[in-house]
Design a binder for this molecule. Structure first.
Ligand code: DGJ
Length: 730
């Protein structure tokens, strides 16, 4: 990496992974994105100049007498009448800032190509430093184009004037072409997260605010706008994700001029950021992914995550989490029996969930008292952990570090560590309150307690829970809003534990899927997608969580036959066949499983272990289907040599037989053998199509498979059919 200082009067053309970003940073103005989308090929100073002129709006009636220019940090003074980048003031003044760029630094792997005012490069990180001399605010605006074509950008402001500067918003936004008119983002609720929702982008704002003090089950996650009808495999789409685990904002807006942007930032509560002279506020990374179809967009997120030095590289251990097996019934003999059964089916990591610490006999008490409950565990956790380790499994333990029960020794000793405002305690949620980690002593206490447990026992993994929204989350004694500080403190705590205990893995669990974002993913190793492991629900939730995260980061477990959340009674082949495309695990009291179930489960564990390199390292493929009764998805090896596909029969199609499905994503010219894979006992009620042959399948090229396709087998609903495709050498 070399850093090059450029004059504040350039065009920048960054290209990587099939994406181009062209920035107009001429004449000391903040960079405006002239193009973000498919690669434009090499440019010259003249062609980029022409591109910029071509993009300039003609003056319409009743707007400013100069072309409106929307910068990456949109500026009101420029005539931009949409959401501004900075919303702030100094005692009512300095609220409309005009930044002048003083320096531009480019950090790039390769050398820069320069043609007059145009600078071209591959993947690079660019920092613009600017000042509003009159407003007394400095700005550092960063834009990176990462190797796979993912863009990320963030801003920091510093008060360089006199007196306090209050920041209420700091947004970054990227322009959308006019043809992008259809929004896709996500809603959700506890146990049913990441529900896709689509609507037209019309004049106005599509604003998704997260005010829960955590990412939220209803987070927009990725807010995309695409050409009408865009799908998984086709249709241009541009989307953003705010990489932050506290309050946040995603938005798409279209002005009456036709100009439109997609953007986001942290959502700051009243008075949260009051900058004294010399103080700064840094906003979160806002990630922007362009794709020709949603799979292409998802691949950019996945490639970025997989390239991080912190990405889990060793095979993801098959996990058993005891929660739905025993809940609060912590009994050593019972858990040892569960560990024995887990090891027998091939489990590699055993996780003890909520209920092990002092006084925690149910969910009304004990949070904050992070010492082992001696009533339930007279000899500590050692006997269980030794047994688990003796069986060759890793051990994991549950914590909920940011929370406190009013009925706990911690709350009795430090009632002033509970987040609150207005001289009252917040309404309880799951009977609990939030521990203010912004208070140094509270933070140190929790760090010390967790460190003590991690130092005493052989623990490879923490399941890090967070089971309530932050309501009235003020910092005592003033009661000033404290969500921003709390979020950063939680990050610091994770970072500190990871630094103290190298190799420690952390799962981001927040009532299931309420903390799924790239901020927490900077310091965690997987997410618990949802508390609901019903495969019918997980087919949707996993599918859409993969819009942001690759499957190896998705905790995905086989539950008991009758699902604890929905009451549905579903076949093991469907439960396991769904969970297997993720970080596979089990959440089931195996003492209640039949021998036949245990045999089948062993086969699924074995299947997963044999194929996890492909499942966790391949390119996600989701075929565009029009019938909600079934869906086709899978993973294609990066070199195209093989793939695993899953046909999930979610309901009963209206027609039977059902016609053909396609297998996209393979090497078009190469022949592939596609064959069904049976794991465990064969499903009843299936009629195989003729191309199955005697189980050896058929040979067709990738292009034929992606375009003409194959006849679906007839299947009962709520079943998964697994297909393996292998390229025939030749
Ligand atoms: C919510 C989690 O999502 C569950 O898996 C479990 O850990 C419970 N909390 C424990 O209280």
């Amino acid at each position: 990496m070399t850093t090059t200082a450029l004059p504040a009067d350039v065009f920048l053309h960054l290209t990587a992974g099939g994406v181009s970003v062209v920035l107009d940073a001429t004449t000391g103005r903040l960079p405006a994105v002239v193009h973000w989308g498919a690669s434009l090929g090499a440019q010259t100073a003249d062609s980029v100049d022409a591109l910029t002129v071509a993009a300039e709006e003609p003056a319409a009636g009743n707007v400013v007498d100069q072309a409106v220019r929307v910068a990456l940090l949109p500026e009101h003074h420029a005539g931009w009448e949409g959401r501004p980048g900075v919303v702030g003031h100094r005692a009512g003044a300095d609220w409309s800032l005009l930044f002048t760029v003083a320096s531009i630094d480019v950090e790039a792997e390769g050398s820069l190509r320069q043609d007059g005012r145009l600078v071209e490069t591959g993947p690079a990180a660019v920092t613009f430093r600017a000042r509003d001399e009159i407003g007394g605010v400095d700005l550092a605006l960063e834009v990176e184009l990462l190797a796979g074509g993912l863009v990320r950008t963030r801003a920091a402001v510093t008060n360089v004037g006199s007196g306090v500067y209050e920041v209420s918003e700091l947004n970054v936004a990227l322009p959308l072409p006019t043809r992008a008119r259809e929004i896709l983002d996500f809603a959700g609720r506890w146990s049913k997260e990441r529900i896709p929702q689509r609507r037209e982008l019309v004049v106005g704002s599509h604003l998704r605010e997260g005010r829960k003090g955590r990412t939220g089950p209803d987070a927009a996650t990725v807010l995309s706008v695409g050409v009408p009808g865009f799908g998984f495999r086709q249709g241009e789409v541009w989307g953003v994700h705010v990489g932050f685990s506290g309050n946040h904002r995603h938005y798409a807006e279209r002005l009456s001029t036709g100009a439109q942007v997609v953007g986001g930032g942290e959502l700051l509560l009243a008075g949260e950021i009051l900058l004294d002279e010399g103080q700064s506020y840094l906003g979160p990374w806002v990630y922007a992914s362009y794709g020709d179809g949603l799979d292409d967009q998802a691949h950019r997120f996945h490639r970025y995550l997989r390239a991080r030095p912190t990405h889990p590289r060793r095979p993801r251990p098959v996990t058993l989490n005891v929660w739905e097996a025993v809940y609060f019934d912590h009994d050593l003999d019972r858990l040892i029996g569960l560990a024995d059964r887990a090891a027998a089916v091939g489990v590699e990591r055993f996780v003890l969930d909520d209920g092990w610490f002092a006084g925690r006999r149910d969910d009304t008490r004990g949070l904050g008292d992070w010492t082992v409950d001696r009533d339930v565990w007279p000899d500590g956790l050692g006997p269980l952990i030794d047994h688990v380790r003796g069986l060759g499994m890793e051990f994991g333990l549950w914590f909920e570090p940011e929370m406190v029960s009013e009925d706990s020794e911690l709350a009795r000793a430090h009632p002033d560590w509970i987040m609150q405002t207005g001289g009252r305690l917040p309404l309880r949620s799951r009977h609990q309150q939030v521990l203010d980690l912004g208070i140094a002593a509270a933070y140190e206490h929790i760090l010390e307690r967790m460190s003590a447990i991690l130092a005493e026992y052989d623990i490879a993994y923490i399941k890090w829970d967070h089971n309530r929204d932050l309501i009235d989350a003020g910092t005592p004694p003033t009661g000033r809003a404290g969500v921003h500080e709390q979020t950063l403190a939680a990050y610091r705590l994770m970072d500190a534990l990871k630094a103290r205990f190298p190799g420690l893995e952390i799962e981001s669990c927040s009532s299931g899927g309420a903390r799924v974002d790239l901020g927490v993913l900077e310091r965690t190793d997987r997410v618990w997608v949802s508390d609901c492991v019903d495969p019918l629900e997980r087919q949707q939730m996993n599918r859409w969580t993969m819009q942001l995260l690759p499957p190896e980061l998705l905790g995905s477990h086989v539950g008991s036959p009758v699902n604890h959340t929905t009451g549905r009674d579903l076949a093991l082949s469907f439960r396991a066949g769904t969970a297997v495309f993720g970080h596979f695990g089990i959440e089931w009291d195996l003492a209640r499983a039949t021998d036949a179930d245990l045999d089948d489960l062993t086969e699924w564990v074995d299947f997963h272990i044999r194929h996890r390199e492909l499942l966790h390292g391949g390119d996600l493929v989701r075929a565009d289907q029009v019938d909600p009764a079934f869906q086709v998805y899978g993973s294609v090896a990066p070199d195209g040599s093989e793939a695993l596909f899953f046909l999930a029969f979610l309901g009963r199609p209206n027609e039977s037989p059902h016609g053909r499905f396609t297998l996209p994503g393979l090497d078009g010219d190469a022949p592939y053998r596609v064959r069904p894979v049976t794991v465990g006992a064969a499903d009843p009620g299936r009629t195989d199509p003729r191309w199955y042959g005697d189980g050896t399948g058929t040979v067709l090229t990738g292009r034929v498979l992606a375009t003409a396709g194959l006849q679906l087998p007839l299947s009962l609903p709520e079943r998964v059919v697994v297909l393996h495709a292998s390229r025939i050498a030749g």
